[in-house]
Design a binder for this molecule. Structure first.
Ligand SMILES: [Zn+2]
Length: 61
């Protein structure tokens, strides 16, 4: 199973799609991308509400 999280689903115009085999992997991938490309901080990415919102956008194939 592949788990994905599309950056555009967070409201950006960004074509990036984070991928992993588990929720945690995909959140880690998305987090690295958000830091590198969108300038998020670790503090923002570790926020419980942010993580909960991102988990709702995760798709499993
Ligand atoms: Zn992005």
């Amino acid at each position: 199973m592949t788990v994905t999280l599309a950056c555009k689903d967070t409201g950006t115009q960004c074509p990036y799609v984070a991928r992993g085999e588990t929720d945690n992997e995909v959140l880690m991938d998305a987090g690295q991308h958000a830091k590198a490309v969108h300038g998020y901080t670790d503090e923002q990415l570790n926020d419980a509400k942010m993580i909960a919102d991102l988990k709702k956008l995760i798709k499993k194939e």
